[in-house]
Ligand binder design. Structure first.
Ligand code: SF4
Ligand code: FES
Length: 266
């Protein structure tokens, strides 16, 4: 197979980028999309040119480091498939493909197709933990986890932090990602002690980054390679309200939410 690639080239964050067109030959259907880029890069290196920078690690859909827009679609045309798991058998000989990095203010371009997703790390740092005694491992059944809670937490934990939800959203909102991380721990008995604080802290961290606001377009859900559902955003909103109305709560700093509890629980 032979492909025509139009790839965003940008040397660093502070320098303007632009599209450059390449032809890549010798692509076989068994290759992954990243292996196809490896072929291009080997050719570029052989010609003494700068290879295309793209991020990757596991190449099996679990680390979340790969990801860019293929013809304007995050991770390309296959639903629930990361770029590293996208195979060339889904493309035709002679296809023209445009590759560009996530477009979001919160994800500045580092180089070519690589963006800085450390805004996600700061959201997780703000509340992605539980209180647990250190020392030897606790007896496995010391805290019983209901099956429904375990299933919900497991579904939420499948979020790999790739950023496709932000790239797909017309507002570049990070609600799907944040809702997955909040839901993961808020669903479990072990996550209850910090539930309110976690919710407020992670939402506040999200608001403090350069993400937009959610307006329920649900493009994030369509783009998510892990099938994180829209219901998690609704659950996050419920948990924000729950935290807001609990007693002894500090005044909220989240835009659009009540600044003081309207009543106190008895
Ligand atoms: S919610 Fe989905 S699209 Fe967003 S970071 Fe997690 S896995 Fe990626
Ligand atoms: S390289 Fe790890 S998810 Fe694609």
């Amino acid at each position: 197979m032979k492909l025509n690639l139009r790839i965003w080239r940008q040397p660093d964050t502070g320098t303007a980028g632009g599209f450059v067109t390449y032809e890549v030959d010798g692509v076989v259907p068994e290759m992954s999309f990243l292996e196809m880029l490896d072929v291009l890069n080997e050719d570029l290196i052989g010609r003494g040119e700068e290879p295309v920078a793209f991020e990757h690690d596991c190449r099996e859909g679990i680390c979340g480091s790969c990801g860019f827009l293929i013809n304007g679609v995050p991770h390309g045309p296959r639903r629930h498939t990361t770029v590293c798991q996208l195979h060339m058998r889904f493309f035709e000989d002679g296809d023209s493909l445009t590759l560009e990095p996530w477009r979001a203010q919160a994800f500045p371009v580092v180089k070519d197709l690589v963006v800085d997703r450390s805004a996600f790390d700061r959201i997780i740092q703000s509340g992605g933990y539980i209180t647990a005694p250190t020392g030897s491992a606790a007896e496995a059944s010391a805290v019983r986890v209901p099956k429904e809670a375990a299933d919900t937490a497991m579904d939420a934990a499948t979020c790999i932090g790739c950023g496709a939800c932000v790239a797909a959203c017309p507002n570049a909102a990070a609600m799907l990602f944040t809702s997955a991380k909040v839901t993961h721990l808020n669903s479990l008995p072990q996550g209850q002690p910090e539930r309110d604080q976690r919710t407020l802290d992670m939402v506040a961290a999200m608001v403090n980054e350069a993400f937009g606001s959610c307006t329920n377009h649900a493009e994030c859900v369509a783009a998510c390679p892990k099938g994180i559902p829209l219901e998690f955003i609704a659950g996050l909103n419920r948990d924000v309200m729950r935290a807001a109305f609990h007693r002894h709560r500090e005044p909220l700093v989240i835009l659009g939410a009540p600044r003081h509890p309207a009543h106190e629980d008895t």
